[in-house]
Design a protein around this ligand. Structure first.
Ligand code: ADP
Ligand code: MG
Length: 403
């Protein structure tokens, strides 16, 4: 067990928090503040403990100087101020030698947000390459480090693992929530345990499929993933999205040999066409022709998948049933979400697009847990650990030191 924030002596201390404020910003406006809201429990806890709160986060990728114009965290400071109901100071400078003095002058419960840590990536990738001097500078600003950015925990950056080398560290409430939800699957899932995987590229998901298959009872496939399995079975999938790699096809064949009783593939599909935008047809899965493109699952598939869902005690979903961004092809995903909403089991959804689909299709409060971790969630489920969490002090170690 990693050191939890509640076990730390934080009273009146300078606390550096790594948050995940990688929010969508358009024309300076925050389009979705879910991640800022997710950080509030930790920040309020630090306020209650009279801490001086210094917050770090990245926002997007910074590859060239111009990227900085559209990736400032300043709008986040304003939104955080509204949500938390107190002033949130913002520092445009990150490696400012005056910063320690400024923090010295802060009062207990003051909040200071520093500019996007990835601004340090131009020209020299100081943040992303975990530069030792930058890590040390960050650590020098505080007495304690709180890692509360689950979505960044799969990256060894200066603002994540870097700081942990120099000051005592713990996980925040948001990370604790994510880990607890994920551990339900990694340790002892209640059976039947059903995994539903759809989405685009099978190569991105192969490791996850391989690590979940031994643990689950059913794996329901859809989207580009299912297309790739169908291709490996020599079905004509027309011009649908699927893997082009023979190595992947062979890996899928082996998975089907090893786990044939667990796998479920689509029986039918909604198809579009490569040459006619208006063409939409229903096809059995063995009727797809060369110019057709599988865009969503069909009714027979949904019926079969709903039956498996109804009998399950634990369900994990990653990836959508079809191209949900296009309303003509969002029905399969919507119908499946409805079945998940009404089932008896616990339902956890992980993955960037999957969580977006849940929100866009109106199912925000329908499931047990929506993981905000994106790639980090999938990596944690695949490998069972994350560098950014590994770097945090173990609970026992600090307890021993206390004695
Ligand atoms: P996550 O980001 O949650 O891991 P994915 O990115 O794997 O999920 O899955 C969502 C993406 O998969 C969407 O962009 C969707 O359009 C795409 N997708 C789903 N079904 C298909 C399909 N049949 N053909 C092409 N793309 C698909
Ligand atoms: Mg995605």
């Amino acid at each position: 067990m990693k050191q939890r924030i509640e076990k730390m002596d934080l009273k009146g201390k300078r606390v550096l928090v790594r948050c995940d404020y990688n929010v969508p910003i358009y024309n300076g406006k925050i389009m979705d503040d879910t991640k800022i809201v997710a950080s509030l429990e930790t920040i309020r806890y630090l306020i209650k403990n009279d801490c001086k709160i210094i917050i770090l986060s990245h926002l997007g990728k910074i590859k060239k100087e111009e990227d900085k114009l559209t990736h400032s965290l300043e709008p986040v400071a304003k939104r955080l101020k509204e949500l938390v109901g107190r002033e949130v100071y913002f520092s445009k400078e990150i490696l400012d030698p005056e910063l320690p003095k400024r923090i010295e002058l802060m009062l207990p419960r003051d909040i200071l947000l520093l500019e996007n840590t990835r601004f340090l990536d131009v020209p020299n990738k100081l943040e992303s390459n975990c530069d030792a001097q930058v890590s040390q500078f960050f650590a020098s600003l505080a007495d304690v480090f709180v890692m509360d950015a689950f979505a960044s925990a799969h990256r060894a950056h200066a603002s994540t693992t870097g700081i942990t080398k120099y000051i005592p560290s713990c996980i925040g409430f948001s990370v604790e929530r994510e880990l607890a939800a994920m551990d339900k699957f990694l340790s002892e899932p209640k059976h039947p345990f059903t995994v539903i995987m759809g989405g685009a590229k099978v190569e991105d998901k192969l490791d996850l499929i391989s690590s979940l298959l031994p643990k689950c009872d059913h794996l329901l496939l859809a989207g580009g993933l299912a297309n790739s399995f169908l291709k490996a079975l020599n079905f004509n999938i027309g011009s649908s999205l699927a893997t082009e790699s023979n190595k992947t096809i062979n890996a899928l064949k082996q998975i089907m040999l090893d786990y044939r009783d667990k796998l479920m593939l689509p029986l039918d599909a909604i198809v579009g066409s490569t040459y006619d935008e208006a063409y939409i047809h229903y096809k059995r899965i063995n009727e797809v022709t060369d110019n057709e493109v599988i865009t969503d699952v069909g009714t027979k598939t949904l019926e079969k998948y709903k039956k498996a869902i109804a009998e399950s005690e634990t369900i994990f979903l990653n990836g959508t049933m079809g191209i949900y961004e296009d309303v003509r092809y969002s029905n399969g995903t919507k119908e499946l979400f409805n079945a998940l909403k009404n089932c008896k089991g616990i339902v956890v959804v992980g993955g960037g697009d999957s969580v977006s689909a849940v929100k866009n299709l109106g199912f925000e409060d329908a499931f047990t847990y929506l993981s905000v971790g994106g790639g980090a969630t999938l990596e944690y489920l695949t490998k069972g650990h994350l560098v950014g969490i590994d770097a945090i002090t173990e609970e026992e170690e600090i307890e021993v030191l206390d004695v």
